[in-house]
Design a binder for this molecule. Sequence first.
Ligand code: TYM
Length: 332
Amino acid sequence: MEDKRKRLFSGIQPSGCITLGNYLGAVKNWVALQDEYDCLFSVVDLHCITVRQDPKEFKNRSLDFFAMLLAAGIDPKEHVLFFQSHVSCHAEMAWLLNCYTYIGELQRMTQFKDKSAKHADNINAGLMTYPVLMAADILLYQADAVPVGADQKQHLELTRDIAVRFNHAYGDTFKIPEPIIPKVGARIMSLQDPTSKMSKSDPNPKACISILDSPDTIMKKFKSAVTDSEAEIAYREGKDGINNLLSIYSAVTGTSIEDAVNTFAGQGYGTFKVSVAEAVIEMLRPLQERYAEIKNDKAYIESVYKEGAERAGRIAHRTLTKTMKKIGFMIP
Ligand code: TYM
């Protein structure tokens, strides 16, 4: 049965915290898509070191992210959950693909431009070749589908370009992956500046909701969300703050934006914000309860990531060997 279902890969970087944006744009859909696909999910720790990490903090955070994915409902028996750094094929494949990717392509990536501006003192080569590692992650597993938020679309397009280029040069080698981007929730915006994306690295803690924030904190953050000076709950251009709150409400509850607008029509912003906060709190409650149970069970977490690395490693190794053969390497 396993081989008949389509395969899906996705990853999350263990930097900052898992935000409401990560959850609604990606993780929530990963959980739902487990019924339909054979899935591999990875805590992509190799990606993190394009910015300096404190070693101890980095290690603890990586484990926390892993536990949070389990708490969110990733099923490690049916699917594969692993740390990227435990499968050395990722770094090896990234090197191969680096040689089939043009510098011009990498320099055009929006995220590279943004991050270079933000970390002007550390524009390392990894920051630029980061999308190649991401392509390696995906292509190693011959993934049919990759569920991501809208900000990763450009990286997915590059992955497809690299795969097509390689296949063209050497014959069919890689599956060309399709992005899965949710209709609502693909781009959750900052609560303090709704024209920019909610980001783990936002220095203003009120801008971003962590999926582990307490109900009290979530309520406070929504109450102080930046909106506008009108008093109309409507979804339209120029109402970025309200649009964002409506999108969050819609993604959390499954109601359409239209229905949400009708539900809240005529209400004040204050009441609306409380309703959005309550919906988010209720959505996260079971996840937070499970996280509290799992996070101290080191033996369980270790058993999951060890098995995950083995299962992922077998698939990855097959694709890496195939790719190396095509290029003409001697395979021992
Ligand atoms: P990362 O770790 O920044 O984010 C993880 C996922 O969350 C989505 N996301 C958002 N969705 C909606 N609104 C937001 N404000 C928001 N912020 C983040 C991201 O689109 C992503 O799906 N490079 C990737 C990680 C990665 C990856 C991969 C993903 C590495 N290799 C292979 C897919 C396949 C990243 O930095 O995501």
